[in-house]
Design a protein around this ligand. Structure first.
Ligand code: SF4
Ligand code: SF4
Length: 173
């Protein structure tokens, strides 16, 4: 199945589903959408969405964060928003923030509070996973259980989880 189509379907789960019942942007004046380093990784093949939609508010850059699959090395792109985004086109990482998928040492998929969010997001600083909106957490689980069926995506998750471990150690998480 076409990757752009899959992501566009998954995005819809988050059109109305948000981290908490209230508008958390009012707590922090949308801290996660501000700053020069306001970029987010695109998940494997998610850049196909932006090739299709070609929005003028996003710039996609290569990073040196890589993973191997099928004898090839894939470099993970970073999306930078250059102006206010179209909410219905925003990347998956923005939709699930400040939570993120994580594969633990047993190889099990978990949803965790993103350790990278702890320095900017009041929700990430003060809430545990169980304090987030249950439907929001469920939608994230559903999304990543489906994406993890793809072997390339699973290979990305192994590397991504090791990368998150460095931040978890820093925050004693
Ligand atoms: S997710 Fe966190 S940083 Fe982003 S708007 Fe909500 S409270 Fe603010
Ligand atoms: S794409 Fe939209 S939601 Fe994501 S960081 Fe940029 S402005 Fe915020």
């Amino acid at each position: 199945m076409n990757a752009a189509y899959v992501y566009l379907q998954l995005y819809r789960l988050f059109d109305k589903s948000t981290p908490i019942a209230a508008d958390c942007g009012q707590l922090c004046e949308k801290a996660c959408c501000k700053g020069d380093d306001c970029g987010m990784f695109l998940f494997p093949a998610e850049e196909q969405v932006y090739k299709l939609l070609n929005p003028d508010w996003i710039k996609i850059e290569k990073t040196d964060f890589s993973y191997s699959y099928g004898g090839k090395t894939f470099y993970t792109p970073l999306a930078l928003c250059t102006s206010e985004c179209d909410r219905y086109q925003r990347p998956l990482a923005c939709r699930i923030f400040p939570l993120t998928p994580y594969v633990n040492s047993d190889g099990t998929l978990e949803i965790i509070v993103d350790p990278r969010a702890k320095s900017i997001c009041p929700l990430a600083k003060s809430l545990y996973l169980e304090n987030f909106d249950k439907k929001f957490v469920k939608n994230i689980e559903k999304t990543f259980r489906l994406l993890m069926k793809n072997k390339r995506f699973a290979a990305f998750m192994t590397e991504y989880s090791a990368y998150l471990n460095d931040f978890r150690r820093f925050f004693n998480d």
